[in-house]
Design a protein around this ligand. Structure first.
Ligand SMILES: *[C@@H]1O[C@H](CO)[C@@H](O)[C@H](O)[C@H]1NC(C)=O
Ligand SMILES: *[C@@H]1O[C@H](CO)[C@@H](O)[C@H](O)[C@H]1NC(C)=O
Ligand SMILES: *[C@@H]1O[C@H](CO)[C@@H](O)[C@H](O)[C@H]1NC(C)=O
Ligand SMILES: *[C@@H]1O[C@H](CO)[C@@H](O)[C@H](O)[C@H]1NC(C)=O
Length: 623
């Protein structure tokens, strides 16, 4: 029978091959995974070492199909040929090359796709020299787009019992699937029961990419109003993990009002009557609750206010008091209240005593007071004719004279509140007998006869005095001016000086009389102008000429005598000068030179001074 023989033969081959296999073998070396960015080229090395050089050699590459777990050949090569299989995902994209001088090949895949993330098998067959297989997982990476964060715009109340949705974050088109982590400030948030929930939605796009959406549910506290929330996406890249952060967003936190504060916003400093006062109210809640204002003593009457500000126009002292601001929290129905005290300062009009005007007798004393009621300390200054005459609310007028009379103004200021000031005044009248100016000095004057001269009298008194004149020695006089001021009368008379004159001016009122006297000596005038009779004047001249001739004769004989004795050389002519004083400054001096034969008058312009020289040869005709 052939069967057993054949069976033996088969067994022998089997044993032979087993023994051969056990002796001849191949060592395969492949990386567990190769990582590559989408679109790049991937190189998968396959190394093999035969213990015995094979006579025939064959290499094949397979990929595992993602759907079924079956394998598909993509490449075949042997000593004679290299073939890339047709009709696979890799047709046209792969090449197989030798790795340097080592025994091994490199499968290169161009333009790596997401679907290329598979297991690649490298199968080596050396027939009698043995066969082997190894595999490498190709991993493909593509970073997602930057994360986009979106906060919830509505306010979130701290009174919410459960965590509220406060923000969402999206990381689009990443591969493999990225993760999203939430941050509060710089601290990562981890889900905590009843405090923090994170709801994740992962979408696999038709393109194969992953899009991850994450929603943060969070139980807000008041402190969260100033905190920035952000999300961070983390994703794998070849050989590393990378992260990208979103921008920070803040959330609107609503919390109840627990304290309200009330304060005076304007004016700064002390408040005076007439000011416009602004009182502002602020609570610590968000959103700011509506406020109502009222005065402490009128709890039920709400004052009209705009939002958080109460405006009081032209306040008076009656507006002083405690103001309150109330807020009712609509979540908790709790009322909170704040208050502020307002003091309106005032200064009443000044009250001066004595009022309006007051009559004092000469020598009397009086105390005037000036009072202005104020809520603050005041300062009083008294003025008369613009000059300060006293400080303090009392003014002492002692031993009144006519100079005491006048208008006294008191000005009241409040040093701590310069806007407050008032003033008052009193008119002081001093009554008494007339008081003549320069009455004690008896006036003596001289005046050329025939001249007019003016005399004046001024008298102080209240009631106003009348001035009357008594003139003796002149028939021609008249009052040329009278004028009266508040407290004095002036009178001017023009008198023609004909002879020595005595004049009195008497100032009189109900209280008495005071007089002033003038005495005027008349000076006789010179020949040229004097109203004397011409005969008398010629006589004088004749006498003078005769005396001169006599004197000359005596002088001549004396000179002759002296000449004989040889004592003196020459003589001098007599000279006489007539000067006349004029009351006016620019007086005219008439100098008369008398020579033996000629008389010539020389007009000299001179001053007011006496022209009398020391020369005794001058003759003064004035007296
Ligand atoms: C994403 O989260 C998963 C689960 O926590 C973790 O295993 C994975 O390593 C994370 N991926 C990245 C890129 O951080
Ligand atoms: C935070 O919120 C306030 C007002 O609610 C806003 O003015 C500010 O710009 C916000 N800051 C940021 C970084 O969003
Ligand atoms: C006297 O007073 C009158 C009036 O004021 C004036 O016109 C006149 O010139 C005065 N005469 C003298 C001599 O001062
Ligand atoms: C003026 O006063 C003098 C002296 O006091 C007195 O003698 C005279 O009579 C008085 N004249 C008038 C008009 O009052």
């Amino acid at each position: 029978m052939a069967f057993p023989k054949n069976s033996f033969k088969l067994l022998f081959v089997l044993i032979c091959s087993l023994s051969l296999n056990a002796w001849a073998k191949v060592d395969m070396t492949m990386e567990e995974s190769v990582e590559v960015y989408l679109g790049d080229s991937a190189g998968i090395p396959c190394q093999y070492v035969f213990s015995e050089q094979p006579r025939a050699f064959m290499i094949q590459w397979f990929v595992r199909n993602p759907s079924s777990s079956s394998r598909e050949r993509i490449y075949y090569g042997d000593n004679a040929q290299q073939i890339v299989d047709d009709g696979t995902d890799f047709t046209g994209r792969i090449t197989v090359s030798n790795i340097g001088d080592k025994e091994g090949v490199l499968l290169t895949i161009q333009d790596v796709q997401l679907t290329d993330e598979r297991e690649f098998f490298c199968q080596v067959n050396g027939m009698a020299a043995g066969n082997g297989e190894g595999k490498t997982h190709l991993r493909v990476f593509d970073p997602p787009m930057a994360p986009v964060i979106e906060g919830v715009h509505a306010g979130i109340s701290v009174t919410n019992e459960l965590p509220s949705r406060i923000a969402s974050c999206e990381a689009r088109n990443g591969f493999p699937r990225p993760n999203i982590t939430w941050y509060r400030g710089i601290s990562p948030l981890t889900p905590t029961h009843g405090q923090i929930n994170v709801v994740i939605l992962v979408t696999r796009e038709s393109s194969g990419f992953y899009t991850v959406q994450s929603e943060l549910q969070y139980k807000v506290a008041k402190e969260d109003k100033d905190v920035l929330f952000s999300c961070e996406v983390s994703y794998y890249v070849p050989g590393a993990v990378r992260t990208a952060e979103s921008k920070g967003i803040n959330i609107t936190v609503h919390y109840p009002t627990t304290v309200v504060e009330l304060w005076k916003e304007s004016p700064q400093g002390l408040v005076k009557e007439g000011d416009t006062v602004e009182i502002r109210c602020q609570g610590d809640g968000n959103p700011p609750p509506p406020f109502t204002f009222n005065r402490q003593q009128e709890q039920e009457t709400a004052l009209e206010a705009s939002d958080d500000t109460l405006v009081l126009r032209e306040v008076t002292r009656g507006d002083s008091g405690v103001y309150q601001c109330r807020s009712l929290d609509l979540d908790t129905y709790e009322e909170v209240m704040g208050d502020v005290q307002l003091i309106v300062h005032y200064l009443d009009p000044a009250l001066v005593v004595p009022k309006d005007s007051e009559i004092m007798f000469k020598g009397e004393s009086l105390t005037a007071t000036c009072n202005a009621l104020s809520s603050l300390e005041t300062f009083t200054v008294w003025f008369k004719n613009g000059l300060q005459v006293g400080t303090g609310h009392m003014l002492f007028l002692q031993d009144a004279t006519y100079d005491t009379a006048g208008e006294y103004v008191c000005e009241v200021t409040v040093p701590s509140l310069p806007g407050l000031h008032t003033s008052g005044s009193v008119h002081i009248i001093v009554q008494g007998a007339p008081q003549m100016k320069d009455a004690d000095r008896e006036v003596e004057m001289e005046e050329g006869a025939g001249k007019w001269m003016n005399l004046s009298c001024e008298a102080h008194a209240h009631p106003l005095p009348t001035i009357s004149w008594t003139v003796t020695g002149s028939q021609s006089w008249r009052e040329v001016l009278t004028s009266a001021t508040d407290h004095s009368t002036i009178s001017l008379v023009s008198i023609k000086v004909t002879s020595d004159i005595t004049a009195f001016c008497n100032a009189t009122n109900e209280m008495g009389t005071e007089a002033k006297s003038f005495s005027i000596s008349a000076i006789p005038m010179d020949t040229s102008t004097a109203p004397y009779s011409p005969a008398e004047g010629n006589g004088v001249i004749i006498v003078v000429v005769i005396i001169c001739v006599l004197l000359l004769a005596v002088l001549g004989s004396v000179l002759y005598f002296l000449h004989k004795k040889g004592k003196i050389p020459c003589g001098r002519s007599g000279k006489q000068e007539i000067t006349k004083e004029n009351p006016n400054k620019d007086g005219i001096v008439v100098e008369m030179k008398t020579d033996t034969k000629t008389e010539e008058a020389v007009l000299l312009k001179g001053g007011n001074g006496d022209k009398n020289g020391p020369n005794d040869q001058y003759m003064d005709l004035r007296k």
